[in-house]
Design a protein around this ligand. Structure first.
Ligand code: ADP
Ligand code: MG
Length: 715
């Protein structure tokens, strides 16, 4: 389609647009506004009465229950602070079982008898809200109870202010539960899983002789990938704005063959947008760190500095929201879908994960002394055991319709979960397994050339981009998350399964030490045994290679290719037992998540199919028929015949897709999901295949959709 578009718009003009929309001036020197809009520890310390502040900190640091009588004092200061920042409303900001956030705004002001209004905000209003739960997916939990749900203040994630040119909003991170106490959100189980892991890890640390720590926090640093697209093209693509991805579109003549985009210089408008996004994130306290171009054209990445899992997960939701809002000020749309463009690299979200103590120790950091290495190897072995036992559950935790275009498609990790340890760590475990090394004795096995395991060797060069779960120096990187996903579920799963493995290994250690064994020797035995029993999940080779898929099957690893294959693992007996033991999710809560995720799959697939039919029927087929008419008028028989055949084929494919769309059998739930996967998806693919061939021959001025080359290369 020949298009006119706003040409040569400079970043300065886009920034002027942004300023008109209330964006901050970033050019003022020294104006880095980190945390300006956060009710953070510094603000709390300054404003709260000493005793209130002390007690609140105790809750934050040690996970102690909050005394509700503090709430009034906190609410008063929070409101005054928020109003000084221009806030007129507040919201309990929460995360229902979709991958997004929800908010209902309430005004601070209430009218009084004399016709004026006064501002108020009580402790009760801070602690508890009552949104109508009936409009959120609950997977059946709600149905048998009242429709009421309530939100509960999470004091461990700081409140923040979202600004708008016409006002400001105080956002209070909250948990969302049913009236009967079941978690209706992603935050509650995440918090429970962090507690579970902390308990297990503290127990293990005590046995290992570290008694400085009171609490262990899991940490997360997500690397967010995304695309930008000029908003004009976005609004000309009903598939993009309805489903988040292009349902049609022929491969462009130029893709990323030239590898000229990755880490390339960032175009001016894009950079201007990124800078403003990062400034906005800084103001709400999200510590962004890295930005760069990604592999595909017009694809980018944004990575924050890691935080504890709960705050990191909240901040990730906020990041996705702010990225999308700011993009619009620059005439861009930020696409978070896992696969906006077929045949072009999709977007994921690497989930860097570790465990750290409140005394500042990273449990996955190889130490400088043999003693530290003993504890490192212990926790590392626990992760290996956990991932091996619950590989299918981990796969299920990242399942979703967008992911089915990525996982296993040789651009993202495969649908098989395995662990990359890296050459050095691999050697360490192999040596221990052979019984040759003694990490407690400097100069023996940890030698590997040096007297002890040096502190940094694993950070560098030794990388494997194809592994779904890789050790990267002082953390594991779970690389299979989708770009639009909330971090909460995968991290809940990780924390819980590792909590279980740590507890099991700790029990063995405790027994061995009680038997009079030396701690280091006992750990080496446990590490040997654990590695031996679980090494099938360790794989350092190319995960994209077909040979690995064959080998993985031989090893008995799960290969769950699609969402309907993976989701049942959320409710497998093994999952239910583990999650019940750590009180992270009850069977009922697990079932509700399973049901919601199945329903999201079928609903979204249905929307895609309906959108595909509508575009095919009302936009693409008419264009092809007009083109055919022109050819007929031109009188070239060969051209007419070629196009006529394709038009007929397209019509047939549309009819078949319509039939698939209508023909849902009486099945529901997972059966329906499988049926749609096997029937609707192929019918959509078939229609697309013909449409993309038509796109290549229909006159450009007749083709109604922007083409891949326009969407991907105009920045
Ligand atoms: P990479 O190893 O992928 O090149 P970086 O070292 O820059 O990248 O780290 C990537 C992400 O990992 C960042 O978000 C960073 O904050 C996070 N990260 C670093 N250390 C930890 C940790 N201990 N726990 C969780 N995330 C971490
Ligand atoms: Mg990475």
């Amino acid at each position: 389609m020949a298009r006119t578009r706003q040409q040569n718009v400079t970043a300065a003009q886009w920034t002027a647009n942004g300023a008109a929309l209330g964006a901050p001036d970033l050019t003022e020197p020294g104006s880095y506004p980190f945390g300006e809009n956060v009710f953070n520890v510094a603000v709390q310390k300054e404003r709260l009465p000493k005793e209130v502040f002390r007690q609140l900190q105790a809750t934050l640091d040690r996970g102690e229950a909050l005394d509700p009588s503090l709430a009034d004092a906190v609410a008063k200061e929070m409101r005054e602070w928020a109003m000084e920042h221009g806030a007129t409303h507040y919201t309990h900001w929460f995360q229902p079982l979709t991958n997004s956030t929800a908010e209902k705004h309430d005004s601070f002001y209430e009218p009084v008898g004399d016709g004026t209004a006064i501002a108020g905000f009580s402790g009760k209003e801070l602690i508890q809200g009552e949104p109508d739960a009936s409009s959120f997916p609950t997977g059946g939990v709600r149905a048998t109870f009242e429709a009421r749900g309530y939100t509960a203040w999470d004091p461990t994630s700081p409140a923040f202010i979202i600004e708008n040119p016409n006002g400001a909003l105080l956002c209070i991170p909250t948990a969302f539960a049913s009236w009967t106490g079941e978690a209706l959100d992603h935050k509650i189980p995440l918090l429970r899983s962090m507690d579970a892991l902390s308990k297990s890890a503290i127990h293990a640390l005590t046995l290992l002789g570290h008694d400085a720590a009171n609490r262990v926090f899991t940490t997360v640093g997500p690397e967010q990938e995304y695309f930008f697209i000029d908003e004009q093209y976005y609004f000309e693509r009903p598939d993009l704005y309805t489903t988040g991805r292009t349902l049609f579109g022929a491969k462009p003549p130029k893709g990323h063959e030239l590898d000229d985009h990755y880490f390339g210089s960032i175009p001016e408008r894009i950079l201007a947008c990124m800078l403003e996004t990062e400034a906005e994130l800084a103001r709400v306290g999200v510590p962004t760190k890295t930005r760069h171009n990604e592999v595909a054209p017009n694809q980018y990445e944004l990575a924050p500095i890691f935080e504890n899992s709960n705050v990191g997960s909240d901040h990730q939701q906020l990041t996705m929201q702010i990225m999308q809002n700011v993009a619009r000020r620059y005439g861009l749309v930020c696409l978070l879908h896992e696969k906006p463009y077929a045949g072009v690299n999709g977007s994921g979200k690497h989930n860097n994960w570790s465990m750290g103590t409140d005394s500042g120790l990273n449990l996955l950091e190889p130490g400088a002394t043999p003693h530290e290495n003993i504890s490192f190897l212990f926790f590392c072995a626990a992760v290996i055991a956990a991932v091996n036992r619950h590989q299918a559950l981990l796969r299920a935790s990242v399942a979703g319709i967008g992911q089915d275009h990525r996982l296993g498609a040789n651009e993202a990790p495969p649908a098989i979960i395995s662990i990359f340890l890296g050459a050095e760590l691999n050697k360490v475990f192999e040596t221990i397994e052979r019984g040759e090394g003694d990490p407690a004795t400097p100069g023996s096995f940890l030698g590997l050339g040096t007297p002890v395991l040096p502190p940094l060797p694993m950070h560098g060069g030794d990388r494997n981009r194809t592994s779904p779960f890789a050790f990267t120096g002082n953390k594991f990187e779970f690389r299979a998350l989708g770009s639009s996903q909330s971090l909460a579920l995968p991290n809940t799963v990780l924390n819980t399964i590792v909590a279980e493995a740590i507890e099991e290994l700790a029990a063995k250690l405790e027994a061995a030490v009680a038997d009079g064994k030396d701690t280091s020797e006992a750990v080496v035995d446990i590490v040997r045994e654990t590695y031996s029993a679980n090494k099938q999940v360790c794989f350092d080779g190319d995960n994209y290679d077909e040979a690995w898929h064959v080998e993985a099957e031989k090893r008995g690893l799960a290969n769950l290719r699609t969402t309907p294959d993976a989701l049942p693992w959320l409710v497998e007996e093994q999952t239910v037992t583990t999650f019940a033991r750590y009180k992270v999710l009850s069977e009922r809560e697990l079932e509700s998540r399973f049901e919601v995720m199945v329903e999201q799959y079928t609903t979204r697939l249905n929307i895609e199919a309906e959108t595909a039919v509508s575009i095919a029927r009302t936009m693409l087929l008419p264009a092809a028929v007009r083109h055919l008419g022109d050819l007929k008028a031109g009188g070239n028989d060969a051209l007419v015949a070629e196009t006529q055949e394709l038009v007929g084929e397209f019509h047939d494919a549309i009819l078949a897709l319509e039939k698939a769309n209508e023909g849902y059998p009486a099945q529901e739930g997972l059966e329906l999901a499988k049926w749609m996967r096997d029937t609707v998806v192929p019918a959509m693919d078939a229609a697309r295949d013909v449409a993309d061939r038509l796109e290549r021959i229909v006159a450009d001025d007749l083709w109604p959709l922007p083409k891949y080359s326009e969407m991907l290369f105009i920045k």
